[in-house]
Design a protein around this ligand. Structure first.
Ligand code: SF4
Length: 271
């Protein structure tokens, strides 16, 4: 069975599927396989990443000042040049050969749940090999055949500030927020002893009222499940959004969500 991987695929790795050393260092510049999870409850935990290709959304953020910031992994979402179908056994081999002492695998995208059938099988293989699994999702599709193998659901619902210009706006707005699906994830996590986080991108003041109104429609969450992440990847963008995001976290009792990987390695693929 195959799954569509983005061009950075399985990262960071130092050996190919046959165990041969790859030429050059991983993009992190560190001469070992693996990196750290840079966002959320597992911030700082050594992890290997698998990035799937394709997304059902088309996020482009606009701040109140008019700055525009498209999806930072557009190459894995709506401009999927270089994506390729890869056999699950090949991915499993790559992870096994590069695992070292790493116990955590993060499956991200794009939107991983778009490929729910091969995703369920990949998660089954990795869970059976003893890995802790995080799946990062925009929270628009739930599938129990995947969820049963996942330890942490990293849900990133998209606010109206993520709406792109036409011709993508109407479809994006129609599907970006799915309250019943978000509740399915939360209820499943609570019922089966899994963890979840609701990670919101903060780009402008109006986002806060929108987040409050989403949280009113959801149940069974705690304030420390709610993460607010300042929008932006450049120092200029982050200077604008970080102080306000911090202030709102303190006022509301939510977690501030840093992006440690960007501080450590810059905004690069494969780190
Ligand atoms: S949902 Fe995530 S991967 Fe998809 S376009 Fe939005 S930010 Fe990018």
């Amino acid at each position: 069975m195959e799954i569509f991987l983005s061009r950075d695929g399985v990262f960071p790795i130092t050996r190919d599927g046959e165990g041969r050393l790859l030429r050059g260092l991983p993009a992190s510049g560190i001469p070992v396989a693996g990196t750290i999870q840079g966002e959320g409850k597992l911030n700082g935990v050594p992890s290997l990443f698998i990035r799937l290709a394709g997304c059902n959304l088309h996020c482009v953020w606009t701040t109140s000042e008019g700055s525009v910031c498209p999806c930072d992994t557009a190459y894995a979402s709506f401009e999927t040049r270089g994506a390729q179908a890869v056999e699950l056994v090949e991915i499993f081999k790559l992870i096994g050969i590069n695992r070292g002492n790493i116990t955590h695998v993060v499956i991200t995208g794009g939107e991983p749940f778009l490929q729910r059938r091969p995703l369920a099988e990949l998660c089954r293989l990795l869970a059976a090999a003893g890995f802790h699994l995080t799946v990062e999702t925009n929270g628009t599709i739930f599938d129990e055949s995947v969820a049963r193998y996942v330890d942490l659901f990293s849900l990133s619902p998209k606010l109206s500030s993520s709406t792109p210009p036409p011709p993508y706006a109407a479809r994006h707005d129609q599907i970006r927020l799915n309250i019943p699906v978000l509740q399915d994830f939360i209820t499943y996590a609570r019922q089966y002893g899994k963890d979840f986080q609701l990670k919101f991108v903060y780009s402008r003041e109006e986002d806060i009222d929108e987040i409050r109104s989403i949280l009113k429609r959801l149940c069974n969450w705690r304030p420390d499940d709610i993460l607010l992440m300042p929008m932006g990847v450049s120092p200029r963008e982050l200077d604008e959004t970080t102080p306000l995001a911090l202030e709102h976290c303190i006022r509301e009792g939510w977690r501030f969500c840093d992006r440690l990987h960007i501080a450590l390695f810059g905004n690069r693929e494969g780190v």
